[in-house]
Design a protein around this ligand. Structure first.
Ligand SMILES: [Zn+2]
Length: 384
């Protein structure tokens, strides 16, 4: 009777392992306790942590699962280091076990590798990574972390990469876009495909009048070109109707320089004494600069198709959870961190002028690497 008792206890101790791997048939008490070593090798030092969601009720063991040494869930934040690994045949299944020990060596034992996970980066390591990579552009390393990493550092990542959070509702990484203004259909189709291609999946799909997550239409406005509140995306019908509107949207270093000069002269004109020769000369200068400015804008103007498609790519970026950046070369660029229409960017820092002033504003339906990387991060954060 006593002997049988031991077998029953041993069977229970493997219960958790059985639940975690349903591949194993339900063996008899005898089969369960039959453990043999298939191979055993030393192993380099790699760091691991207990995978809390998988290791519920699981243990570290002595050799060949002889005895329980410690319960894994009691050490959720401990970093363990590997020393050796072995393949154990348990009943009919073969599993790889790692011999792990804590830094001080006090906790050590054999653990099925399925209960382990690579440790989440420390916050100081994350700060270092953010500071050493391109501004506002999540690096490849940052984009290949575990889901535990993204949930742990959600707030830090959101702030450091100017995310606005989930704006439009997505199901299975897709959102349905319905274009209620037929005239905008080709623009919207193009803008959707730009994102879909860049992300390698159909994130934006066509919706219908009755089934959709986002409606695209137009609305009169002199203040904005595009606006997205998460369920409705509008283009300015006022600007759309004005064929010459695109002649005023270009933003190049030359245009910014002429604009600044013009502003200075306008200010000087205002301050100059009425009727003075200075005032008259400022007026002439002002006219001259204004003429040059208009000509420069016209020369650099995008086509209407390119411009409106680029506005839509920008607005769809908001749907993915992206807020603005200060880089002219990003489709998510905005002149200031507080544009007065949407809420100001509660991001990494505020700005009132572009960070890449030698560049021209992106006014084609295309994305920068930073735009794409940020959208990928947005998915990791669960925004789409
Ligand atoms: Zn915007």
């Amino acid at each position: 009777m006593k002997k049988l008792g031991i077998i029953v206890v041993a069977a229970l101790s493997f219960g958790a392992a059985l639940i975690a791997q349903p591949v194993m048939s339900t063996p008899t008490a005898q089969a369960k306790t039959k453990v043999s070593v298939v191979w055993k090798k030393s192993m380099g030092k790699h760091s691991y942590q207990v995978n809390a969601s998988k290791a519920k009720g699981a243990y570290a063991y002595t050799s060949k699962l002889g005895k329980k040494v410690f319960k894994l869930s009691n050490y959720p934040n401990t970093t363990f280091y590997t020393k050796g690994h072995e393949a154990l045949k348990i009943g009919k299944s073969t599993r790889i076990y790692y011999y792990i020990q804590s830094a001080n060596g006090k906790k050590a034992g054999w653990v099925w590798r399925g209960y382990l996970t690579t440790p989440i980066m420390s916050q100081s390591a994350l700060t270092k990574l953010i500071n050493s990579s391109t501004d506002l552009d999540p690096s490849a390393t940052l984009l290949k972390q575990s889901s535990a990493f993204y949930s742990k550092y959600r707030a830090i990542l959101r702030k450091n990469y100017n995310m606005t959070g989930a704006l439009t509702s997505f199901t299975n990484h897709q959102t349905r876009v319905y274009v209620s203004n037929a005239g905008l259909k080709s623009y919207v189709t193009k803008a959707m495909s730009v994102w879909n291609k860049a992300l390698g999946k159909k994130v934006f799909i066509a919706g219908t009048a009755s089934k959709h997550d986002l409606v695209v239409s137009s609305k009169a406005s002199n203040d904005w070109d595009g606006l997205n509140d998460g369920t409705h995306l509008y283009l300015s019908s006022t600007a759309l109707k004005d064929a010459s509107y695109v002649n005023s949207v270009a933003d190049t270093p030359e245009i910014r320089d002429l604009y600044n000069q013009y502003e200075d002269v306008a200010q000087a004109y205002k301050s100059a004494k009425a009727g003075s020769s200075e005032k008259a000369s400022y007026l002439t200068k002002g006219h001259d600069l204004y003429t040059k400015l208009i000509a420069a804008q016209k020369a650099a103007a995008p086509t209407a198709t390119n411009y409106w498609e680029s506005v839509l790519v920008h607005e769809l970026g908001h749907s993915l959870g992206l807020d603005h950046t200060p880089y002219l070369t990003d489709i998510m660029y905005a002149e200031t961190s507080d544009d007065g229409f949407s809420s100001s960017v509660n991001g990494k820092y505020s700005w009132t002028s572009p960070k890449d002033p030698t560049q021209s504003r992106r006014e084609t339906p295309s994305l920068s690497t930073r735009d794409v990387d940020r959208a990928k991060l947005a998915q990791k954060l669960g925004y789409w």
